[in-house]
Write a new protein. Structure first.
Length: 256
């Protein structure tokens, strides 16, 4: 196993990539090349010197296709499970306060989900290592995109602040796949509240679900798939009624 490490051994924050590039292997550093330059620049914009983190790789070669480890559905093969056990054991020897996966592969291994665009910035505690894990965007994605680079910087500033205090799992109730009466009752609760947060999710240009949160501790995700036409019409009428409620302040995500 070729495991390249850059940064301070005493650092509590470890950035994880799937594999180093040929140039990084040649110079034995993650700070060289296009991606390395972008990473250092983004860390500096977050007020974090490269010496304040440690960067390690999981796989020895970037030439190994993800399809040999992970199926398109997100299911993993035995080769992935074996590599995961080896890497988690290695991480435990470093005693990190937080690990930050920087690509889909490392996110799947450490966070349990390969959909980086959906989970980036979300913090979870993994007992197998005894630390926080927060996936975010890697330099391969943000080196030409200043907005994504700033997103990475915000995430890194967040995790650097988080590791200074003990981790406490947020206590939340999220209602998923609710029946029609449950939706109607919850939306009535929303309309009686002072404000509500609303998030619309789409798939292939069509609305897939709408999420409503009445507080930081309780929310409902109203899925619109697998519904009868009659039920979907009733759901839309209640959603419309809630969004047009004149006394309710709405905080919208994916709103125009």
């Amino acid at each position: 196993m070729i495991r390249l490490m850059t940064g301070s051994p005493a650092s509590g924050i470890i950035l994880v990539v799937k594999a180093p590039t040929h140039e990084q292997i040649k110079w034995q550093s993650y700070t060289v090349g296009r991606n390395g330059y972008a990473l250092v620049k983004a860390l500096n914009s977050a007020g974090i010197p490269i010496t304040a983190v440690r960067i390690v790789n999981i796989s020895p070669s970037s030439q190994i296709a993800d399809s040999t480890w992970i199926a398109k559905t997100g299911e993993t093969f035995q080769t992935f499970t074996t590599l995961q056990e080896e890497f988690l054991a290695f991480l435990r020897t470093l005693s990190p306060k937080a690990v930050v996966p920087l690509d889909n592969f490392s996110a799947k291994m450490l966070y349990g989900d390969h959909r980086l665009s959906k989970i980036r910035g979300s913090v979870r505690y993994i007992t197998s290592v005894g630390c926080r894990v927060m996936p975010t965007i890697g330099p391969e994605s943000f080196f030409m995109d200043p907005v994504l680079r700033q997103t990475f910087a915000f995430d890194m500033a967040k995790i650097r602040k988080d590791v200074k205090v003990p981790f406490h799992e947020p206590q939340r109730t999220i209602h998923t796949d609710p029946r029609l009466p449950e939706v109607q009752e919850f939306l009535a609760l929303c309309r009686s509240s002072k404000r509500v947060s609303v998030d619309i999710e789409t798939v292939q240009g069509k609305i897939f679900c709408v999420g409503f949160a009445v507080s930081t501790k309780e929310a409902m995700v109203i899925n619109l798939d697998n519904r009868s036409i009659e039920e979907e019409m009733l759901l839309w009428r209640d959603i419309e009624k809630t969004l047009h409620c004149p006394t309710l302040e709405k905080i919208g995500q994916n709103f125009i």
